[in-house]
Design a protein. Structure first.
Length: 516
């Protein structure tokens, strides 16, 4: 299967080149050429990825910012994790050498890249891909790793530049009429003029100032949790704390295969980031439980030697909810909170956990008395208000010229942070008039097409959930709490209860009514 950004060059040239090469070599090639959408299309894409032997991803300045392209790469990676390496991912950089966004880099940077800079590389790339296919081995079950001295599960880290002291406050001076635009998607850069502070920003700073033991950051997908956390840990750095960040989306299947692999991987990541001269496997004693080993290392080798508070950001912890050992992990986090309350001068007083998640924890954790999700400081991220959209419009140079245009824009995308920024970016770049923008917004080939098709693929994975969403579009309530929370955490609906469930914005309503 070939993954590409449709309708752009030189992606199209390289795609056609590889399709011809692979077909001549006797391989069956699938490329999503567009022209169709809907639930059947979404099912087809998922099926093709899951049954592919090899997925070739064409990485270009166009594709890396495509949400559906990123989703297809992530889905290929997830399928390979659960299917013993199948499909095999082969990344090709198409006239593009810049660093990848974090979500793609976490998957692809450990693989061997192939490069195409221009037509002069056609012949070489042809041979490189044929050689790569010849080297692909049949899928085999993973071998369980035993912890032994000298073991390292993560690649040895490359030195990173020291964090820059970035001023986080919103710009005090008016934004220029022709602002310098930046790519939209993923975490908003620390020095971006397009980051809007919300009440949760001040609440997070206050909690970090107090060095609360657990700070929970909850919000739907693409609402800004990672961007908020990035600013929180930067604030902690400025106050002299040591900082570590763990994104559980970057953990692969072998890291999550069993509780011992998980904790040793977590320990390696932590000591590497803090640049501590210790290898966790050298201190591991398998006669103890994995959680006991990890806690001893954290207490004796990390907190004891830092000589500063530790703020540890844990992003995308939802991934642990369905792990068989998730309760053990969360129970350990909760125990540190309890021990700190019993002994305020003990080692746990120097640890603050900032936990970001979207899914309702109580759907997966049966004993909430052993859960960190009902203690500590809880912050909720909400969509932008109309006034905040108006402020962001000003920072983009006011592409929405009057109050009527602003009202229509908010009616279309609501306060969805990603959609607001993506829409204003498109209008500010002058690629379309406001009337053209609104007319094409919900079309499959419109500015939000990738984003909308991704939602369709998510719903197509679970036809029961898709049927629930169809009911919501007809004005019905969600039939179960689980369906309500799942749709809300995915960022597709709004509401405080099953009966109040409604599509998050009219853009979703228009698109999904046509397709489900």
């Amino acid at each position: 299967m070939l993954l590409q950004r449709r309708g752009v060059e030189p992606d199209g040239h390289v795609s056609a080149l590889l399709e011809a090469v692979l077909s001549e070599a006797g391989h069956e090639v699938f490329i999503d050429r567009g022209g169709s959408s809907g639930v059947d299309w979404a099912k087809l894409i998922e099926e093709k990825i899951r049954h592919a032997d090899v997925v070739i991803a064409l990485l270009s300045e166009h594709s890396i910012h495509s949400e559906i392209f990123g989703f297809e790469v992530e889905h290929s990676h997830d399928a390979a994790q659960s299917q013993h390496g199948k499909p095999h991912l082969i990344p090709v950089r198409v006239a593009f050498s810049d660093p990848l966004p974090d979500s793609l880099g976490a998957i692809l940077d450990s693989l061997v890249y192939h490069f195409w800079e221009g037509p002069q590389d056609d012949a070489r790339l042809r041979q490189d891909i044929l050689n790569a296919l010849a080297a692909v081995r049949p899928a085999a079950p993973p071998v369980r790793v035993s912890v032994a001295k000298g073991l390292r599960l993560l690649p040895r880290p490359t030195p990173l530049p020291k964090p820059v002291n970035v001023k986080l406050e919103a710009p005090a001076t008016p934004a220029p009429q022709a602002p310098v635009l930046e790519p939209v998607g993923g975490a908003v850069p620390l020095n971006s003029p397009f980051y809007l502070q919300r009440p949760a920003d001040q609440e997070l700073r206050a909690a970090l100032t107090r060095y609360d033991s657990i700070i929970l950051v909850k919000g739907a997908r693409q609402i800004g949790k990672t961007s908020l956390m990035a600013r929180g840990v930067q604030y902690a750095r400025e106050r002299g704390a040591r900082v570590a960040l763990t994104d559980f989306q970057k953990f692969n299947a072998s890291n999550l295969d069993n509780v011992a692999s998980f904790f040793i991987t977590l320990a390696e990541s932590l000591v590497d980031q803090l640049e501590l001269p210790v290898l966790p496997s050298d201190l591991w004693d398998e006669r103890r439980g994995a959680s006991v080993n990890f806690e001893r290392l954290l207490r004796r080798e990390v907190l004891k030697h830092l000589n500063a508070p530790l703020v540890w950001g844990l992003d995308e912890v939802d991934r642990l909810f369905t792990c068989p050992f998730g309760s053990e992990v969360f129970g350990l986090f909760r125990s540190w909170h309890n021990e700190r309350a019993l002994d305020p001068s003990g080692p746990w007083a120097g640890l603050t956990l900032v936990i970001a998640y979207a899914t309702e924890a109580h759907l997966f954790i049966t004993d909430m008395n052993q859960s960190p999700f009902n203690v500590g400081t809880r912050l909720s991220l909400e969509d932008f208000s109309p006034a905040q959209v108006e402020e962001l419009n000003r920072r983009y140079g006011a592409p929405l010229k009057d109050a009527e245009a602003l009202k229509r824009f908010v009616a279309l995308v609501g306060g969805h942070p990603f959609l607001v920024r993506r829409g204003l970016h498109e209008l500010a770049s002058g690629k379309a008039s406001f009337e053209e923008f609104t007319a094409k917004a919900s079309r499959d080939d419109g500015i939000f097409g990738d984003h909308l098709r991704r939602i369709l693929v998510l719903l197509a994975r679970d036809m029961g959930l898709s049927q629930v969403m169809a009911g919501v579009l007809r004005g019905q309530s969600c039939p179960t709490p689980e369906s309500f929370y799942r749709l809300r955490s995915a960022g597709i609906i709004h509401g405080d209860s099953q009966d109040q469930a409604r599509p998050r914005c009219s853009l979703y309503t228009e698109f999904l009514l046509r397709h489900i």
